[in-house]
Design a protein around this ligand. Structure first.
Ligand code: 13P
Ligand code: SF4
Length: 299
């Protein structure tokens, strides 16, 4: 069976679109309508007039698409593909964190469950976190779940204390400062591009820090010819494909997110055919979680 052809036929027949995060297996791009980072994909989900969205990403991304497009059927190719960081905090733990730090606005990274979003004041992604925290005009904010992104934001803002929850991304923490030092030594002419979920020392040692899409944009527009990619492998794979005249080196072979890689073309075909793995969100959580996301998009 020609999976790509079959998926494209089903998409056409069912008025479906496929949103794909840049960390997905690269062959999924061949059936995708939009490929990008979490912020870009949330915007596309909210604008689309499709009847079905297949979200090739992790669970919280499909959940966010459902929150922003309640009238659409949102399908996740593989229900096991959750984000390990998002699962580090739940409603109960957030309540506890809030009661230890009362009367402080809560910013939640989009890598969080709908329950956590429902208890937060505003959402952010790695591409807008600094602006979102700034927009609150507060001298203290609580930031969940990623301590590294939260502390990165704090380092970029004067006079704002960012109190972070102790969540983290196991994939990005596999990049060590020693990798940066080695890359500098072996490739002195290369620019190092890092995601803000990395260790503080890794970010400090990089030439540019940004979301996956920002990293890709930087590599595209830079006059430099060689880059070290300090984020998930999918970004390096796409850069190599799209800009063969430049050189991209993944900082180490361990930077792959196993959960992102769970979705396959066959899973996509299957969920589209049978309209399975539909995302549903509890009624009491839906409205406040949607508000938290919409607030971000309105900024
Ligand atoms: P982006 O916001 O850059 O898409 O990152 C999402 C993510 O899961 C990073 O690990
Ligand atoms: Fe979650 Fe990290 Fe995977 Fe991103 S790379 S989806 S933060 S576990």
């Amino acid at each position: 069976m020609d999976l790509i052809k079959e998926i494209n036929n089903l998409k056409h027949k069912k008025n479906a679109i496929i949103l794909t995060h840049c960390y997905q297996n690269i062959e999924i791009d061949s059936v995708s309508d939009y490929v990008g980072d979490s912020f870009y994909l949330s915007k596309m989900a909210s604008k689309s007039d499709a009847d079905i969205i297949v979200f090739a990403g992790v669970y919280f991304m499909a959940q966010s698409a459902k929150l922003l497009s309640p009238e659409k059927k949102v399908l996740l190719p593989n229900m096991k593909s959750g984000c390990l960081m998002a699962d580090m905090i739940d409603a109960e733990k957030l309540q506890e964190f809030k009661s230890k730090n009362p009367n402080i606005p809560v910013v939640c990274y989009i890598n969080s469950t709908a329950e956590v979003k429902a208890l937060s004041d505003i959402c952010c992604t790695s591409s807008n976190a600094i602006d979102i925290v700034k927009s609150l005009n507060a001298n203290k904010v609580l930031f969940v779940p990623d301590t590294y992104l939260g502390k990165y934001v704090e380092s970029k803002l004067k006079d704002v204390e960012v109190i972070t929850y102790n969540g983290f991304c196991p994939t990005h923490l596999r990049i060590r400062v020693e990798d940066i030092e080695l890359a500098r030594k072996n490739h002195p002419e290369a620019l190092i591009l890092a995601h803000p979920e990395c260790h503080k020392e890794v970010v400090k040692g990089a030439d540019f820090t940004g979301s996956t899409k920002e990293i890709m944009e930087f590599a595209k527009t830079s006059k430099n010819k060689k880059f070290i990619i300090a984020t998930e492998k999918g970004v390096a794979d796409r850069l190599k494909r799209d800009y063969p005249e430049k050189e991209f080196i993944l900082i180490n072979e361990k930077v792959t997110c196993p959960n992102m890689k769970m979705n396959t073309l066959y899973d996509i075909y299957n969920v589209l055919l049978n309209e399975e793995n539909e995302i549903t969100i509890k009624e009491d959580v839906f409205k406040p979680a949607r508000k938290c996301l919409e607030k971000m998009l309105g900024q």
